[in-house]
Design a protein around this ligand. Structure first.
Ligand code: ATP
Length: 140
């Protein structure tokens, strides 16, 4: 069966994944996408989420902190702002980040319009923390 190459890199850590896979399921800013071998060319922005990498009967989860994805019929290249495989995730850190983000969002909702809280930044931090916890199968 045909496969497609997945190359995942981050500015911090360089190469995170480089492997031939059967299918990738990602959340782009335009919605969820399933990428199979010989997919049409595509360039899109990714949301923070838990990406699903399918190889045979196996499905691996990878935490993606947003970024960009380029697809050609042979290869998927993702330049992620951050990316972690399950073994690289510190659950306590992700829980603490989630709590901070939730507190900021709650403060923003109570505050006046002159609030100094950057709500979009807080929402993205929350989504990154949730993605990390999902990859570790931690309920929140
Ligand atoms: P925090 O507030 O805990 O720093 P963050 O979402 O702001 O979380 P990022 O800016 O997305 O962190 O990532 C900075 C670096 O730290 C990246 O290299 C990322 O892979 C790593 N990182 C962030 N959170 C975790 C975590 N819970 N476990 C392992 N690595 C993490």
């Amino acid at each position: 069966m045909a496969t497609i190459r997945l190359e995942l890199v981050t500015p911090d850590k360089g190469e995170i994944l480089s492997k031939d896979i059967d299918m990738l399921i990602v959340r782009s800013t335009a919605g969820e996408l399933g990428i199979l071998p010989r997919h049409a060319r595509l360039l899109t922005e990714l949301q923070p989420h838990a990406m699903r990498v399918k190889t045979g009967a196996n499905e691996d989860l990878v935490a993606i902190g947003g970024g960009f994805m380029e697809v050609t019929p042979e290869q998927i290249t993702i330049l992620a702002d951050s990316a972690e495989l399950p073994d690289g995730i510190d659950v306590d850190r992700a829980k603490a980040a989630m709590k901070r983000a939730e507190e900021r969002i709650a403060q923003y909702k109570q505050a006046t319009k002159d609030s100094l809280i950057d709500i979009s930044r807080a929402n993205k931090a929350l989504a990154r923390a949730k993605a990390r916890l999902l990859v570790k199968h931690v309920n929140f």
